[in-house]
Ligand binder design. Sequence first.
Ligand SMILES: CCCCCCCCCCCCCCCCCCCCCCCCCC(=O)SCCNC(=O)CCNC(=O)[C@H](O)C(C)(C)COP(=O)(O)OP(=O)(O)OC[C@H]1O[C@@H](n2cnc3c(N)ncnc32)[C@H](O)[C@@H]1OP(=O)(O)O
Ligand SMILES: NC(=O)C1=CN([C@@H]2O[C@H](COP(=O)(O)OP(=O)(O)OC[C@H]3O[C@@H](n4cnc5c(N)ncnc54)[C@H](OP(=O)(O)O)[C@@H]3O)[C@@H](O)[C@H]2O)C=CC1
Length: 606
Amino acid sequence: MRLTQPLPSFLASSLAHEQPQCLLRGTSPVASGMNFFLELWKTKGRIMSMIAAYYKNKSILITGATGFMGKVLMEKLLRTSPDLKVIYILMRPKAGQTLPQRMLQILSSKLFEKVKEVCPNMHEKIRPIYADLGQSDLAISKEDMQELLSCTNIIFHCAATVRFDEPLRHAVQLNVTATQQLLLMASQMPKLEVFVHISTAFSNCNLKHIDEVIYPCQVEPKKIIDSMQWLDDAIVDEITPKLIGDRPNTYTYTKALGEVVVQQESENLNIAIIRPSIVGATWQEPFPVSPAPGPQAGLHVDLLLAQTSSCPSSFSSHEMLDKGVLLAGVSLGWVDNLNGPSGLIIAAGKGLLRSVKAAPMAVADLIPVDTVVNLTLAVGWYTAVHRPQSTLIYHCTSGNLNPCNWGKMGLQIMASFEKIPYEKPFRRPNADFTTNTFTNQYWKAVSHWAPAIMYDLYLQLTGRKPRFTKLMNRLSKTLSMLEYFVNHSWEWSTSNTDMLMLELSPEDQRVFNFDIRQLNWLDYIENYVLGIKKYLLKEDMSGIPKARQQLKKLRNIHYFFNTALFLITWRLLIARSQMARNVWLFIVSFCYKFLSYFRASSTLKA
Ligand SMILES: CCCCCCCCCCCCCCCCCCCCCCCCCC(=O)SCCNC(=O)CCNC(=O)[C@H](O)C(C)(C)COP(=O)(O)OP(=O)(O)OC[C@H]1O[C@@H](n2cnc3c(N)ncnc32)[C@H](O)[C@@H]1OP(=O)(O)O
Ligand SMILES: NC(=O)C1=CN([C@@H]2O[C@H](COP(=O)(O)OP(=O)(O)OC[C@H]3O[C@@H](n4cnc5c(N)ncnc54)[C@H](OP(=O)(O)O)[C@@H]3O)[C@@H](O)[C@H]2O)C=CC1
């Protein structure tokens, strides 16, 4: 019996870890080896995750673990590989909290609730280490550095500045120099098995079609790093537009430089790069989907299944929402910052955002954060075990496999507000996309600025602090920064990501699922809107019926206001213009004639 096909790589990798305990006597080595493979396939392949097993007893270094993606990465690692040795977190103190206090706050958040069940001693697995990526030597103490160099097996580098308006000097320090420093550290780690660098799918957004390769930058990153040492701020600001060229901001530019640095320094290292697109709320984990029973069972708004007498199990989730009851402890769409679409969804839900300049047919390349994290962990495992000859780049995008455009997404966001209204809205949510710059400016003036100015005037007159024009300023700035991404479409090739999917065992494909084709956009967006309400706005679900009433009230005010405005304008016109008077007389006489004719014909019929 001969093996004609190469072994699936998850089997090959499992063999690298597991030696056969005994071979069957009397069988040829190949046949008994085959039996072993089959047994292993049947047992391990089905019930054990090779990826989770890989992280057992490993010392893992994570940067950016206090950020959106980093928290989800840490959660998944602890939940699926509770036997890992230690997670070193490079972090800085913030908002008056020391490192342990900050870490404690993160670990006691709702996101980590499930981890407590499988890894009750998770606090002991985490070792926060003071580091500031904004400083050229990362400010790590000698003792900590010694420990990191001698113990680390795996590095996940997530830290970055993701602000689009970051001054170039700071963006270079965070996204380029710090990456270079970390690579230098990595090259001195004898036990290092893999370095995973998180970049962005938009690092080459100046191109339309982007392959899984590193594109060269016009100016060498090393030259940029050097020049930042001696150029003063004014000159850096002046040359920034020239350096970033046709990229929209310093963020995408410095992430591209960061990739080149990774490539240049990767000679003796086992490295992979992941490029996610727009990272959104969680989709499947850690909060599971709980479809409500009843006619709308497919509706995944994570609402209650409280089997109480007041909530018969035949209620649909929509009805549950109507009653304002929430499924205890279970929720979806976890998100904890205003980046990407989240801030704009809030602004639209609160009725502040009414018009966005966007191409409705452009692809909205959103990717759930848990999908990105699953791919990241799978890449870590694959790169460590298979040691590819060159640095592989993995696109983590949705557009090519399961596209959704901004038009469809916008409509679903607006529809979700009907079901899941946010509390205390400024106005009734009624946002729209415009493609024309002039129309967009008009709507911004009429629907953003005019109401904000009027409302602030009202606040001032009633002795309160005006705040809406300030808010509008911030919204305008945010829109101007994000509009680039909703007016362009990109194509990302995903050959490496597709290849990796095939390399996973069925169990790993389930536990570390990054198959975006399974995502239902309508459910996902609804859960996203709900997650924002619960985790970002921290609004109570029991307030939903009241919020609905508020929306009705706002709708009536809107109709009343529009009718009154029309009548006043018309009255003024009639008073001042002969033409308006003539039009008015014409309409009145036309209506009168029509009514007379109608009355006469009905009398004749009778
Ligand atoms: C057809 C019909 C249609 C129907 C129509 C329907 C219409 C429907 C419409 C509905 C929705 C529309 C959908 C379209 C979406 C498009 C999205 C495109 C995304 C593309 C992303 C591309 C991603 C590329 C991917 C990547 O690779 S990168 C990752 C993404 N990167 C970013 O997304 C950063 C961007 N942002 C910034 O660059 C900075 O934010 C900046 C903006 C400069 C402001 O900057 P600034 O004004 O300074 O404001 P902040 O400092 O940010 O904060 C300001 C204040 O909020 C506070 N605050 C910050 N947090 C929090 C927090 N948690 N909790 C509480 N507070 C917070 C902070 O404390 C401060 O308060 P304060 O202290 O002042 O009191
Ligand atoms: N979110 C998105 O849409 C996308 C993100 N990405 C990439 O994913 C990665 C993670 O992004 P995300 O989690 O969203 O970003 P966040 O802004 O949420 O997190 C950034 C992390 O970097 C840390 N950090 C920033 N500056 C420093 C510093 N000077 N010293 C130490 N740590 C620092 C932050 O720490 P602190 O909490 O102390 O500020 C935080 O932990 C980034 O590399 C980003 O480029 C790629 C595509 C899309």
